[in-house]
Write a protein that binds this ligand. Sequence first.
Ligand code: AMP
Ligand code: ZN
Length: 113
Amino acid sequence: MDCIFCKIAAKQIPSAIVYENEDVIAFRDINPQAPVHIIIIPKQHIATLNDIKPEDAQLVGKIVLAAQAIAKDNNLQNPGYRLVLNCNKDAGQTVFHIHCHLLGGRLMGWPPG
Ligand code: AMP
Ligand code: ZN
């Protein structure tokens, strides 16, 4: 499958990996929007949030737990951080393999753009 995040998960293309377990891998965003900007993905290909099924619930939970661990590694627990999941055009999704952005290291604005 021609999916850049599947290729990163399979280590067919390089990335700055910061976390990995059996189900999930996380790497630095190539175009960071904050001092810490990490992309967390399931190794399994799921195109958009619309495609998540009830049986994927544990996998989605593992993404959030990975984010929590990465936030701790980066001392972001107390200053705080933001998780973002974009779905389709209006949210600006550009890579069609679900991913969670972990953003931190600066004050975040609200509402988001
Ligand atoms: P989204 O707009 O939510 O689909 O976000 C996709 C994110 O993936 C963007 O922030 C990109 O900078 C990032 N990205 C795309 N290709 C790569 C890559 N090869 N390595 C790391 N991050 C990437
Ligand atoms: Zn994929």
